[in-house]
Design a protein around this ligand. Structure first.
Ligand SMILES: C[S@@+](CC[C@H](N)C(=O)[O-])C[C@H]1O[C@@H](n2cnc3c(N)ncnc32)[C@H](O)[C@@H]1O
Length: 148
């Protein structure tokens, strides 16, 4: 399908020119986001978006803000935290110092959930939590919350 080819070319171009690699994201989800961005950029095709994104850095910045889905909540995936508590915490307990990186932290609810769990397990004082997100809009909010 033509749309598939256009998505491939757009993502390949973004990767090769800017270094952001969205090529292995869920195809359905990334295609939906790209279609949304085509609309808000006032364009008709994904190829037109490719042209704009590659020649206009501001458009690329907007692309990064709009391509991500920032859904999050405290203990969003209970089965993950349950498994973490029963399977991973016993191993972490054997470490003198623990560094945890939340790549894709959105506004930070997952990080706070982790901090609560570590506190409950008596490990928080041995931990350093890092949290980053590709979307500056949500990441800035997280930094503000943490600096309070
Ligand atoms: C659906 S949210 C999930 C947030 C949190 N991890 C949770 O489970 O509640 C996904 C987040 O990952 C971020 N993200 C996606 N791709 C990323 C990348 N390559 N590097 C850093 N963050 C990324 C998005 O901006 C978004 O905020």
């Amino acid at each position: 399908m033509l749309e598939d080819i256009e998505v491939d070319l757009l993502l390949e171009g973004i990767y090769r020119y800017y270094g952001f690699d969205f090529r292995n994201y869920s195809r359905v989800s990334i295609t939906r986001r790209i279609s949304y961005i085509v609309g808000i950029e006032g364009l008709k095709t994904i190829s037109a978006l490719q042209d704009k994104v590659l020649h206009d850095r501001k458009c690329m910045e907007r692309f990064l803000l709009n391509v991500s889905v920032n859904v999050t909540s405290m203990f969003r995936d209970p089965s993950f935290f349950l498994a973490l508590r029963s399977l991973v915490i016993p191993i972490l307990r054997t470490y003198p110092f623990i560094k945890i990186w939340h790549a894709g932290c959105s506004t930070g609810e997952e990080v706070y959930s982790m901090a609560i769990l570590l506190q409950e397990e008596g490990l928080y004082h041995r931990c350093r939590l890092y949290a980053t997100d590709i979307n500056e809009r949500v990441y800035v909010k997280l930094k503000l919350v943490f600096s309070l």
